[in-house]
Design a protein around this ligand. Structure first.
Ligand code: ADP
Ligand code: MG
Length: 244
């Protein structure tokens, strides 16, 4: 396939077992710079393990991971990667702004830059008015947004979002997707996992993951055509049947 953009992420033959469970079973994928790539699959498919592998949090049994031109393990890549974990990892007893500033300092932004970046990130997720609220007092959807601000504060070139809109109401979900689309337009590469099929339509390209394997890749339209069905849900079922 001819690609207009440079490669942001390249994974080859990635395998990871936990005891007898094959969380990843020879996954390969390539994501171009500025793409929104959706990892779609049911619970237990291996989405989180794959995303964690891209930040070096998983020590693979086999295979290679190259992120922004650097073969992992390589901690220097973290300066350019934002990771929003499936369960928000925030300090509940700190304010919204303190949490975001903390992540700025982790990424070595100096105090002034960090403070300004925190202001910008909170603006982006529309939480400026709640910046002095203690995280423990926030709703789940707001915590998701704080978590996103933390992942964004150092302006990463690659954003990894693990089910970012679970438990988020439809309006906020639409807003977050609008922001992802804008960022992608500005050149940020986004890899986002989901088990919600309607979100998948917003991704440029999708990878259908099941049992730690990549079942099929393509745009939503391509996958539906490949499976000979009208709905992406049905494509998932047809394509996973034909592979099992
Ligand atoms: N740290 C771990 N220890 C043991 N099993 C794990 C661990 N992480 C993931 N698994 C298992 O690997 C499989 C894939 O999990 P995961 O990557 O979380 O899938 P998904 O995010 O698609 O739900 C599941 O069976 C899960 O229980
Ligand atoms: Mg997961």
């Amino acid at each position: 396939m001819i690609r207009a953009q440079p490669v942001a992420v390249s994974v080859e033959g990635l395998t990871k077992a936990y005891g007898t469970i094959r969380a990843l079973d020879g996954v390969s994928l390539t994501v171009g710079a500025g793409e929104i790539y959706g990892l779609l699959g049911p619970n237990g498919a291996g989405k989180t393990t794959l995303i964690r592998s891209l930040v070096g949090l998983v020590n693979p049994d086999a295979g290679t991971v190259t992120v922004l031109g650097r073969r992992l393990p390589d901690r220097t890549v973290l300066a350019e990667v934002g990771y929003m974990p499936q369960a928000p990892a925030l300090y509940a007893d700190l304010t919204v702004e303190e949490n975001v500033r903390f992540f700025a300092s982790v990424h070595d932004l100096d105090r002034r830059t960090g403070a300004q970046s925190a202001v910008d990130a909170l603006e982006l997720v529309d939480l400026t008015s709640r910046r002095r609220s203690v995280v423990a007092t926030l709703s789940g959807g707001m915590r998701q947004r704080v978590s996103l601000a933390c992942a964004l504060v150092h302006r990463p070139r690659l954003l990894l979002l693990d089910e970012p809109t679970v438990g988020v109401d439809p309006q906020l979900r639409a807003e977050l997707w609008q922001r992802f689309t804008t960022m992608s337009g500005e050149g940020t590469t986004i890899i986002v996992s989901s088990h919600v099929m309607d979100e998948a339509e917003r991704c440029g390209r999708l990878g259908l993951v099941r049992f730690g394997r990549m079942l099929a890749e393509g745009t939503s339209a391509e996958l539906r055509r490949l499976a000979g069905v009208e709905r992406l849900e049905d494509a998932f079922l047809v394509l996973s049947e034909s592979k099992s």
